[in-house]
Write a protein that binds this ligand. Structure first.
Ligand code: SF4
Length: 369
């Protein structure tokens, strides 16, 4: 397929691997921020080809980091009579404190899988006597379509549509990771699709403040190898810069119409990240003029008690402190069919990637020396 096959060329991949291995004279620890990149790395075995580079899997899977409290709020709303609860499919099996959306659907709740927030909007227009709620989760990438759905609902005067919002942002997460006392990350591969929306203007300040290289990177094997190569060259040279290795999709200023829409519909807010905790100004909520479309207010689900699994170590996985197969439940108590944590449910979760691509054993020597 044009535009994809050329980023899978094995000859070019081998050349990049050789170049990385020749350049890396000592051990380096890089974090790929995005769960899509994690899957590509594990699927293609990229991490096993570059012995001096450890790839730490970051918290860039939106399903994985959606806080338990919000999952429980979604479950509470979805189980109310008269509600049609719309969600992307990978949220259905994410465990809340006691159940998941799938169980609510099995028990008769009207939970529907949609492929776009605009599908939910259409359901609302077709069902004026029902309350339709869309579960709007995600990083910056899904913010424009979610913002568009809210904007359209307001414009159309729909009083039976609302959104349960859990949007998170990458730059504050990088900041929190770098400020953690246990941080081992020496460079970041930033998520290309996030930067295609937001641009790269938020990153120079982080590069400067933490003296950490950040390379904006795509998702195909050659994209990832090129991102790693550029980061390793910087580390070996003792420099820290922002580089854009995904120039075919990313401009420094971002997608200006999308940014304008996001700015209109959302406002910055503190956000809880599952397994990590609250990161200041790391998310968005609906701006005051759209507050009547906020499902948290409409359904009054302010205070909810939550209970995390005592077994699940996804918080440590999400911070790159352990690899998934270092969790005792991995592949035994916890599998994609019976997930204990969101990192095993989501198609972008690190635990699911390790399970899917058969990384079932802890290697004898892991970690950066
Ligand atoms: S393997 Fe399962 S229980 Fe262990 S950290 Fe991953 S999701 Fe949690």
């Amino acid at each position: 397929m044009k535009y994809l096959d050329e980023f899978n060329d094995p000859e070019l991949a081998k050349r990049l691997v050789d170049e990385i291995n020749a350049t890396a004279t000592k051990s380096w620890a890089l974090m790929e921020v995005c769960g899509g990149q994690t899957h590509s790395i594990i699927r293609h075995g990229i991490d096993q080809l570059i012995p001096n580079v450890e790839l730490i899997h970051g918290p860039g899977c939106p399903v994985c980091v959606t806080p338990l409290e919000l999952i429980d709020k979604a479950l509470e709303i979805a189980s109310r009579p008269g509600v049609i609860f719309c969600s992307f499919g990978d949220m259905l099996r994410v465990p809340g404190s006691e159940r998941d959306l799938f169980r609510i659907k099995s028990a008769g709740g009207d939970v529907r899988v949609v492929y776009s927030p605009l599908d939910a909007l259409k359901i609302a227009r077709d069902n004026p006597d029902r309350q339709v709620v869309f579960f709007g989760i995600g990083f910056e990438t899904t913010a424009p379509p979610n913002a568009m759905a809210v904007y359209q609902a307001k414009r159309l005067g729909l009083t039976n549509f609302s959104m349960l919002v859990s949007h998170v942002r990458v730059p504050p997460a990088i900041e929190a990771i770098m400020q953690s006392p246990s941080c081992r990350v020496q460079a970041f591969l930033a998520a290309g699709h996030v930067c295609s929306v937001m641009g790269t203007w938020e990153y120079p300040e982080l590069v400067e403040r933490f003296r950490v290289p950040i390379v904006v990177t795509g998702f195909e094997p050659l994209d990832i190898l090129e991102g790693i190569r550029r980061a390793v060259v910087q580390l070996e040279s003792g420099i820290a810069q922002l580089e854009n290795a995904y120039a075919r999709a990313v401009r420094s200023e971002g997608n200006l119409p999308a940014l304008k829409l996001i700015e209109d519909v959302f406002e910055l807010s503190d956000r809880g990240w599952r397994g990590i905790g609250t990161i200041p100004k790391s998310g968005w909520r609906l701006a005051p003029k759209y507050r009547d479309l906020d499902a948290e207010y409409r359904f009054d689900v302010g205070d909810i008690d939550t209970a995390e699994s005592s077994v699940c170590r996804s918080g440590e996985v999400l911070q790159g402190l352990i690899k998934p197969h270092e969790c005792a439940a991995f592949g035994t108590e916890c599998t994609p069919r019976n997930p204990l944590g969101a990192t095993m449910v989501s198609s972008e979760g690190a635990c699911a990637a390790y399970y899917l691509y058969r990384r079932l054993q802890v290697p004898e020597a892991s970690g950066v020396g």
